[in-house]
Ligand binder design. Sequence first.
Ligand code: SF4
Length: 200
Amino acid sequence: MNVLYEVHNGLYINFTNRCTCACTFCIRQSRDHMDDSGSLWLEREPSVDEVIALLKERDLSKYKEIVFCGYGEPSERMEDAVEICHYLRGVCDLPIRMNTNGLGNLSHREDITPQFKGNFDAVSISLNTPDPVRYYELTRNIFGIAAFSSLLDFTRRIKNYVPSVTMTTVSTTLSEQEEEQCRKICEGLGVKYRIREFQK
Ligand code: SF4
């Protein structure tokens, strides 16, 4: 199983294939890997101990950051992610980021944002669109149209616990006007806005 993989100078952790969305643009639909990762579909979820054992095999000094991001939503395993962060904090000074759909509070039915405190240096949250209905159409999430307001609330809350918070949209998927609306949403929330490259 490809639990750890490299993208540029980052070491990525792929430890779940679970996700509460089924995004129309998800690369999982068109390919099974990122760069040289090999297939990111897991035969089963690795335990925390297994992930840590794999991390121990790596020379962490080679990397600029650790990123929880794979073929699934990392916050689905929030407690396990925190345990892995605790291990990493003990052995290296690398910044740790999570790329998330921002729906973890709905999924866990509680506010999980305090769990990021001290464990994550950055989070990247998929905004996708400025419009709640369009958001639902694009993400096909299991929670419905109300998910969009929860996403914004998650972002507002996580800012209290994580130094660097960025919301993202994908290039070529929005009009300039929509991107401007996204920029305003991010400004209102006090977080950064980034348009990330479209990946086929
Ligand atoms: S949230 Fe991410 S992993 Fe989940 S379906 Fe959307 S793009 Fe894919």
